[in-house]
Structure formats: structure tokens, C-alpha cells
Design a protein around this ligand. Structure first.
Ligand SMILES: Nc1ncnc2c1ncn2[C@@H]1O[C@H](COP(=O)(O)OP(=O)(O)OP(=O)(O)O)[C@@H](O)[C@H]1O
Ligand SMILES: [Mg+2]
Length: 403
């Protein structure tokens, strides 16, 4: 990754008096793959439009190479965009779709007799040929030059759109949910492909998605947004391992988020019991949110468990089982390769590095309980669960932490 290229300083945006971006501060480096990630309506597209020059923020600054760009129109920003609906020209073939931008004469300024004159300049046909073919090779569409757009698959059309956006050699490519229209398998292939293309052409990609897995797969940096604000900026590993609050922990991957108290450095209390962890720097007895990832929990016999609960659901997922375990009415998700049948009492063990402790936030208590997940499965298996209901209730009353 190179040096800083773009910076947003305190950017705010509102429509009809309603604030949709609230003091966005962000910098993007040359050659970085940066992803804006967040739920629908959080302001991703608006942020992208501000960078692209399609929208001007009501306050704040947009800097490119340290220069203020707020009022510079899109075509003077060295930025190109790939939209979700990629709007190719159906009456032109693949080659002419990609060549389209190159065929538009450019206005150039020249010094003549001490005066600056503007004139329109066309690229030579030979250069157009070379550049289009080079780009078709980058997106793996060599040999498709004379295909009609209607004769291409969705994934191939997406590649044409990317080639068309890259052929002008922008410094930055903006991509707004470009894979949204593709099916899951194709999306996964294109994620890897896009990352390769970005590395090959060596420019900055700013990518918008609400798909956390997509963000984790492709990005150097992820910006997690909610309701017009940035919640966290970091590498995929940072965001996954050290989420700042319950919103981020819940949005990125699966998380059990439990109410706890930080007794002192490296000791957290949940369910009235103390656990060793690696976190510190909190006030004595500070209330905290405790994140435990489903894959960091070991199932052990009840007498060996730090906590004891009852399995309420089991779903086979191919690589692992997703099991829902009830601990005193709060349901956890555990991912394990060991099968534990519904109704069984199990113990769990969590290593100190399996805990991640977060400060309380406006999102505390809103996420990280798998009760509703559990209910969906309970409804599906309602018929055979009926006669076991009494046993289940009795078992639940016995639950709690091991003595
Ligand atoms: N031109 C506009 N006029 C009025 N409101 C707008 C306009 N553009 C966006 N908004 C509002 O701004 C908020 C943020 O919209 P934005 O398109 O940036 O969200 P997003 O994160 O891209 O969502 P999605 O994932 O659904 O595309 C939304 O509440 C939206 O309704
Ligand atoms: Mg959007």
C-alpha cells in the first residue's frame, strides 16, 4: 500500500433536514482495497458518491493528495465507478463497450504563442485497440471482443463493466455492490477475481457491500458503518478479533455477547462466576460486554465445565454443527465438530484468549443472544418437540454454572 490519497474530514450530509452522514473522518491510501460495510441505509453509497464527486457534503472537506476537491466534478477526479446495475450498451459488442470512454475526445490545454488554447484531442485507433485488449486480458475476457452483451453471462457482463471503468486508467475505482446481482457461487469467484485485478492494475479500490464475508475476503481495510457514523476502521483481522462494540461484533461473524463485569485486569465475571481472560485496562468492577465467538467454545462433560447448559437445537452445517445452548435463559451459539444431541446437558470451557471484552455502548443488550435463531428452528421441529416439552422445562430449571 502506498501513501495517503484521499481524506474525508468531518463530512456531514443531510437530505430534507435528516442527517444521513454524521462527521465522517476517513483516509484512504494509494493502492488500498478499502470496503465500506454496513446495513442498508447506513450511508455507504452516500459516502461513495461524495468521494466520486456526484454529491457535495453539506459540511466537511474532501481531499485528494491534500487538495480540497469538494467542488471538482467527477470527470476531473481520476475516479471511475462500477455500479450494481452495470448499464452496458446492448447494441455494442464487448470491445466497443470497453472502448466507449476512450473514444470520447478529451479537452486538452496547450500553450500556443504564449496563449493557452483548448482543443479536443482523440486517441489514435492503435492505442485504443491496445488498451482495450490489455484490459480484456486483465478481466479474463480475451477472445470475447466481438460477443454481443446479450450473449454474456452475468459474471462476464460484470467483467466488461470493470474493464470499461479501468480502461481510462483512473487512480481510484469505486464499486457499489457490484456483485449484488450474481448468484452465490459466481459472487465468490468474482471476489477473488476482483482482488486479483486490483493487485494487477495497482490502483485504489473503494468497495461498498453489506456482506461481511465479502468484506473479510477482499479488503485491506474495512470501515464498519451504522446510521451515518463510522463504528470501526481496521484490517479484517482487527475487526473480527477486536470489535469495538456489540454492533460490530454482531455484524462481523457470529458472536455470543454476554453481560459481564470486569472484576480486575484479566478477570471477568459472568453468570456470577469469574473467568480468566487476557483483557485489561478497565475500571475495577466496570460493567462490560463479553464477546465469545462460537468456534472458541469447547464442549466438555458437565462436571468439567466452567458453565453448564442444555442443548436446545442442533443444525448440521457440513463442516461443523451449529448448536444452540441455553444458559439460564440466554442462548449461545456454539460451532463444534462434536455432535451433542438436543436436550443434553453439557459443560463448556473457554480459554482466556477466547474472551474479548468491550466497553458498554449504545448497542449493549441489543445483540448477541441466539434466542430468536433458536425459535426459528423450534418452530420447524414443533411436531416432534411436543411430547418432550415437560422434560425440557425441568432440565432448564437445573441449568446454571457448575459448582
Ligand atoms: N437523494 C436522496 N434523497 C433523500 N434521501 C436520500 C438520498 N440518497 C440517500 N438518501 C437517504 O440517505 C440514507 C443513506 O442512504 P445510502 O444510499 O447512502 O445508504 P446505503 O448504506 O448505501 O444503503 P443500501 O445498502 O441500501 O444501498 C438513507 O436513509 C437514504 O434513504
Ligand atoms: Mg447503497
Amino acid at each position: 500500500m502506498g501513501k495517503e490519497l484521499i481524506r474525508l474530514v468531518d463530512c456531514c450530509m443531510s437530505y430534507d433536514g435528516e442527517q444521513v452522514l454524521d462527521h465522517i473522518n476517513l483516509y484512504i491510501n494509494d493502492r488500498e482495497f478499502l470496503t465500506l460495510l454496513g446495513p442498508s441505509g447506513c450511508g455507504k453509497t452516500t459516502t461513495l458518491r461524495i468521494i466520486g464527486g456526484f454529491t457535495t457534503p453539506v459540511s466537511g472537506e474532501v481531499l485528494f493528495d491534500g487538495r480540497r476537491m469538494n467542488d471538482i466534478p467527477p470527470h476531473q477526479r481520476q475516479v471511475n465507478t462500477v455500479f450494481q446495475r452495470y448499464a452496458l450498451f446492448p447494441h455494442l459488442d464487448v470491445f466497443e463497450n470497453v472502448a466507449f470512454g476512450l473514444r470520447i475526445p478529451k479537452v486538452v490545454e496547450e500553450e500556443r504563442n504564449g496563449r493557452t488554447v483548448r482543443r479536443k484531442k482523440k486517441l489514435p485507433e492503435k492505442e485504443i485497440q491496445e488498451r482495450v485488449l490489455e484490459m480484456l486480458e486483465v478481466v479474463s475476457l480475451k477472445g470475447f471482443e466481438h460477443r454481443r452483451i446479450t450473449e454474456l453471462s452475468g459474471g462476464q457482463q460484470q467483467r466488461v463493466a470493470i474493464a470499461r471503468a479501468l480502461v481510462n486508467r483512473p487512480k481510484v475505482l469505486l464499486l457499489d455492490e457490484p456483485l449484488g446481482a450474481l448468484d452465490l457461487k459466481l459472487r465468490k469467484d468474482m471476489q477473488i477475481e476482483l482482488k486479483r485485478i486490483q493487485q494487477q492494475v495497482g490502483i485504489t479500490f473503494i468497495y461498498v457491500t453489506h456482506d461481511q464475508e465479502e468484506a473479510l475476503t477482499m479488503s485491506d481495510t474495512i470501515v464498519v458503518m451504522d446510521k451515518g457514523t463510522i463504528q470501526q476502521i481496521g484490517t479484517p483481522e482487527d475487526i473480527y478479533n477486536e470489535p469495538k462494540n456489540a454492533f460490530v461484533a454482531d455484524f462481523i461473524g457470529e458472536s455470543n455477547i454476554i453481560d459481564g463485569v470486569m472484576v480486575r485486569d484479566r478477570v471477568v465475571k459472568m453468570y456470577g462466576r469469574e473467568f480468566a481472560c487476557l483483557d485489561g485496562g478497565f475500571a475495577e468492577n466496570e460493567p462490560v460486554d463479553v464477546v465469545i465467538r462460537p468456534e472458541d467454545i469447547d464442549i466438555v462433560p458437565p462436571e468439567e465445565g466452567q458453565l453448564v447448559g442444555t442443548v436446545t437445537n442442533v443444525t448440521f452445517k457440513g463442516m461443523q454443527y451449529d448448536i444452540i445452548v441455553d444458559f439460564k435463559g440466554f442462548k449461545w451459539l456454539i460451532q463444534t465438530t462434536d455432535h451433542s444431541p438436543e436436550g443434553r446437558h453439557i459443560g463448556v470451557k473457554i480459554d482466556p484468549d477466547g474472551f474479548h471484552i468491550m466497553k458498554k455502548s449504545q448497542y449493549s443488550g441489543m445483540f448477541g443472544d441466539y434466542s430468536s435463531y433458536s425459535e426459528e428452528y423450534e418452530e420447524l421441529s414443533d411436531a416432534d418437540a411436543l411430547d418432550e416439552e415437560d422434560d425440557g422445562e425441568a432440565a432448564r430449571r437445573e441449568d446454571g454454572y457448575a459448582e
